[in-house]
Write a protein of this length. Structure first.
Length: 193
């Protein structure tokens, strides 16, 4: 059987982040589906704002190198992305920019994003569930970085009241859609074995 290793992260490091809560829920669903799951916090990978002059002078930050290595140990990735002004967070964009700059000998640009399957989700206090930000993230990953992103997206609208005291979705439909997204992610990883 294909060894399914899923990396889970949130584009937010805010205390009480709904997207970090969503990331934890997806990690749980993936683990219950027999995937090996690693959940990371971008707070553990601090990076300066991307600057080509800084990169030329000092190279990529060590945190970017470490996170790239984490990406490359997994064949599936789930990103929970908050929506900021219909876009992704500056933290997540900066992280993707730095990690995409790293390529080793014989590796293509954006090597950390190739040969793995991505799934996206968002938890938002609004009624649209963060979909506008996810469209932008999908564009960055697919067109900018050459990643494979599955069509299923895990959106949680009205996030203030979407989770119970145990972090589970209060809406059964939301739970089913999230599980279906996780199932699709795992199936695509296995397919690409």
């Amino acid at each position: 059987m294909q060894d399914v290793r899923i990396l889970v992260l949130s584009g937010s490091i805010r205390s009480g982040s709904y997207n970090t809560q969503l990331a934890g829920l997806v990690a749980k669903y993936a683990a219950l589906s027999d995937a090996q799951v690693t959940q990371v916090s971008l707070a553990d990978y601090p990076m300066p704002i991307y600057d080509a002059d800084l990169e030329k002078e000092k190279g990529a930050p060590e945190a970017a190198r470490k996170l790239k290595a984490v990406f490359q140990k997994h064949n599936g990735v789930f990103i929970a992305s908050p929506e900021y002004n219909t876009a992704i967070t500056p933290l997540l964009k900066n992280t993707l920019d730095w990690v995409s700059r790293l390529s080793g000998e014989g590796e293509p640009p954006a090597a950390a994003f190739r040969n793995r399957v991505f799934a996206l989700g968002a938890a938002s206090t609004g009624a649209l569930g963060g979909i506008r930000g996810l469209i932008g993230l999908r564009t960055i990953l697919e067109i900018g970085l050459g990643a494979l992103v599955i069509p299923d997206m895990g959106m949680v609208p009205n996030a203030k009241s979407a989770f119970d005291e145990h972090g589970e979705p209060v809406n059964e439909r939301t739970a089913r859609l999230l599980q279906a997204m996780v199932d699709r992610l795992i199936a695509e990883v296995k397919l690409r074995g």
